[in-house]
Write a protein that binds this ligand. Structure first.
Ligand code: PBG
Length: 323
């Protein structure tokens, strides 16, 4: 035998020397949830270890993450049911919870990267990402609402917006609206290939944002489709996206690799709430080693080609102080 692959696996040092993929805290982007109130936090039942925080506690949480080396965050608001309406007007209202907390976070931590969310669902009385009329999700009518939201977030200090809604043409529409409003420096992380997935369940618990009727299949992609991700890629690139994202991550590693091979833009992947919950639940039962499973999941996402990993594991990973 000329080739004996086991030689390169024979000691920890050799294994480390030939390691092709290495995780770093710099790969991680930590999604956080903000809620109304002062000095309050509540754990999300279906996401053990993940909390909604009032803005004051959110600032403390970010500080402790920054001390662990985390540099990038995403923020989602839990909006009171009484503030939701069919046009998501709360999403661009001055002084709203979300805009205020973007302002506070950006002021206090000017050096971090904060991805702010653009989609109607947290504020929509219908629980959909676009305007609903007669059971349909309107596309072109939704774009101006998204633009108002994006501009309001940029005014509050956002430097990076994440349109998570999947309306057609929204990247170009948002790019132009931001530019016209004087925010050409604000970047766009496009949810490029976002699939209609069962793995978003715990997130919808966190925001109480589940659709009030139907599902999201007329705008989010069919999990059966791969080539269609390339159509979305071409559109988002040509419309001015700065990052392309695949979501969810673990059941879509082939899509991450596909986007990596077909674009020069940085690729992000969203290791979503249900993927987090599965690992946590099995670990709590003692059925798997939670820490090892976490590391293997994150590694697989990076190995597939993601440069940025949005993950609820970010803090737990950072606490391991892997170098
Ligand atoms: C909706 C949105 C969703 C997530 C982020 N933004 C869920 C959905 O499409 O219903 C899910 C994230 C997660 O599950 O962690 N705009």
């Amino acid at each position: 035998m000329l080739q004996r692959p086991r030689r390169n696996r024979s000691s920890a040092v050799i294994r480390s020397m030939v390691e092709e993929t290495r995780l770093s805290v710099k790969d991680m982007l930590f999604p956080l949830f903000v809620m109304e109130g002062k000095n309050v936090s509540t754990e999300i039942k279906s996401m053990p270890g993940i909390y909604r925080y009032s803005t004051d506690l959110l600032l403390k949480e970010i500080e402790s993450c920054v001390n662990l080396g985390i540099q990038s965050f995403a923020l989602f608001p839990q909006v009171a049911e009484s503030k939701k309406d069919s046009m998501a007007t709360e999403s661009y209202k001055k002084g709203s919870l979300y805009l205020e907390s973007i302002y506070e976070v950006s002021k206090r931590f000017p050096e971090i990267s904060l991805l702010t969310d653009v989609a109607m669902d947290p504020y929509s009385s219908d629980g959909h990402d676009g305007i609903v009329q007669g059971g349909q999700i309107l596309n072109d009518e939704t774009l101006p609402v998204l633009a108002k939201m994006a501009i309001a977030q940029a005014q509050a200090g956002s430097k990076l917006i994440g349109p998570s809604d999947m309306m057609d043409g929204r990247i170009g529409y948002l790019r132009e609206s931001l530019d016209d409003a004087g925010f050409s420096h604000v970047g766009i992380m496009a949810y490029t290939a976002k699939y209609a997935s069962a793995f978003y369940g715990p997130f919808r618990d966190a925001l109480e944002s589940a659709p009030k009727f139907g599902d999201k299949k007329t705008y989010q992609m069919n999990p059966a489709n791969r080539r269609e991700a390339l159509i979305e890629l071409e559109l988002d690139e040509s419309e001015g996206a700065d990052f392309l994202m695949v979501k969810p991550a673990l059941a879509y590693l082939d899509i991450i690799a596909l986007l990596r091979e077909n674009s020069h833009l940085p690729i992000a992947a969203y290791n979503v709430s249900g993927e987090y919950a599965m690992v946590k639940a099995a670990a709590q039962q003692g059925w798997i080693d939670g820490e090892k499973a976490m590391l293997e999941c994150l590694l697989s996402i990076k190995r597939a080609g993601a440069q940025v990993i949005l993950t609820y594991f970010a803090k737990e990973f950072a606490q391991l102080k892997i170098s």
